[in-house]
Design a protein around this ligand. Structure first.
Ligand code: S3P
Length: 445
């Protein structure tokens, strides 16, 4: 690892072994997407933003540190409770900004920084330095920012911001990160910006911009969505309550579905329709999942989600559902390995440019665990027999927290234990994963 996760476990490998049922109720960790945005918008705003429920994973801690280097006062008040004193803009950092493993962190911060007359150099860990940044740099350059990057638009790169022009931008791919970067840059751009999405992606930036007092106009045109913001808008500090992360909750919920006799409730889960494609898919597979105590908090709907062990069947996942569950395909691949029949997951080429090439890594990992899996350029197919997979492998995770957690969940009901390398990476998004799973009765050590 180029940069060690502060919560990294000292263990070189982590092993999940089949055991008894998982039982209990847990709280989902704070949502990673909302946590990054709360810190960034808090730093851009004028005044004091108070945040509760912030995810204290390495990705988000890197964004907190980055906001300090752009001039905001960022203080931890208690468990998940943070205070951001925004200066109404960014000033120039005196050193390189290291975003660790966080694609969301670096891409949103670059968008936010582009509208100020400053120069900033960004880097990240070995995984982030391989990921494409051109998707954000291209629209920012059209608006008047300039940059110098490694070949292929990779980090480390230096961005020079300033007075930006307005832009109407059609996203070449369904990416909430690119949308958000352009919207944040648009706040200070002359004439503002319009972003057109081919299909709606998570809308946390739009919702939170409104909560910070900005005017955001959203209109739907068939499957397309247009988001417009006027330039010259100032943000005003507010309070943010971070809801539970559906992408993290996916791990204990799928574990409950596949381990016989289990019943697990995850409380306080964000039910934003643009984030819960996995729950819809698992229900179509025959997953016994109920949602109770639905309520509103901090501009998002949350609920308590209970999953019980279920006989699953394979399904065809509609490609248009991909943006609402893009980070959940690895764990869906695990659920599919326990189902009877084929689960076809297509239209997910974006998985190849996440923290790792997740299509390749899932295909390799599942195959090593004795699962029948077929890799396609933009998807994968898992053929389950309805019997527990063999397991019995040590899986290479390539710096990817979700690949690690997915295979550990697989090992909770397979015939033989499953180990993963680099378990410290789990702390990027889910620092309490191991303890939470153990508390539910999982055999992970
Ligand atoms: C995120 C958007 C998604 C997702 C990532 C978080 C966000 O990435 O995979 O984990 O917070 O905007 P893309 O925008 O690249 O699809």
């Amino acid at each position: 690892m180029a940069s060690a996760a502060p919560h990294a476990s000292a263990a070189e490998v982590l092993t999940a072994s089949p055991g008894g049922p998982l039982k209990g109720a847990v709280r989902a960790p704070g949502d990673k997407s909302v946590s990054h945005r709360a810190l960034i918008l808090g730093a851009l705003a004028t005044g004091v933003t108070e945040i509760d429920g912030l995810l204290e994973g390495d990705d988000v801690l890197r964004t907190a540190e980055a906001m300090r280097s752009f001039g905001a006062g960022v203080t931890q008040l208690g468990d998940g409770a943070w205070r951001v004193e925004g200066q109404g803009g960014f000033c120039e950092p005196s050193d390189v900004v290291d975003c660790g493993n966080a694609g969301t962190g670096v891409r949103l911060i670059m968008g936010a920084a582009a509208g100020f007359p400053i120069t900033a150099t960004f880097t990240g860990d070995g995984s982030l330095r391989k990921r494409p940044m051109g998707r954000v740099l291209d629209p920012l350059a059209k608006m008047g920012a300039s940059f110098m990057a490694r070949d292929g638009g990779r980090l480390p790169l230096t961005l020079k911001g300033g007075h930006l022009r307005g832009l109407a931008y059609r996203l070449p791919m369904a990416s909430a990160q690119v949308k958000s970067a352009v919207l944040l840059a648009g706040l200070g751009a002359e004439g503002g910006v319009e972003v057109i999405e081919p299909e709606p992606t998570r809308d946390h930036t739009e919702r939170m911009l409104r909560a910070f007092g900005a005017e955001v106009v959203v209109s739907d045109n068939g499957p397309e969505r247009s988001i417009r913001i006027k330039g010259g808008q100032k943000l005003t500090a507010t309070k943010v309550s971070v809801p539970g992360d559906p992408s993290s909750a996916a791990f204990p919920l799928v574990a409950a579905l596949i381990v016989p006799g289990s019943e697990v409730t995850v409380e306080g889960l964000m039910l934003n329709p643009l984030r819960i494609g996995l729950i819809e898919t698992l229900r179509e597979m025959g997953g016994d999942i109920s949602i109770d105590n639905v309520r509103e908090t901090g501009g998002e709907t949350v609920g308590d989600v209970t999953a019980r062990h279920s006989a699953l069947k394979g399904v065809v996942v509609p490609p248009e559902r991909a943006p609402s569950m893009i980070d959940e395909y690895p764990i869906l691949g695990v659920a599919a390995a326990y189902a009877v029949g084929e689960t076809i997951m297509r239209g997910v080429g974006e998985m190849r440019v996440k923290e790792s090439d997740r299509i390749a890594l899932m295909a390799r990992g599942l195959e090593a665990c004795g699962v029948d899996v077929e890799e396609e350029p933009e998807g994968f197919i898992v053929r389950g027999t309805g019997k527990p997979p063999r397991g019995g492998a040590q899986v290479e995770t390539s710096h990817d927290h979700r690949i690690a957690m997915s295979h550990l969940v697989l090992g909770l009901a397979s015939q033989e234990p499953v180990s993963v390398d680099e378990p410290g990476m789990i702390a990027t998004s889910f620092p309490g994963f191991e303890a939470m799973m153990r508390g539910l009765g999982a055999n992970i050590s």
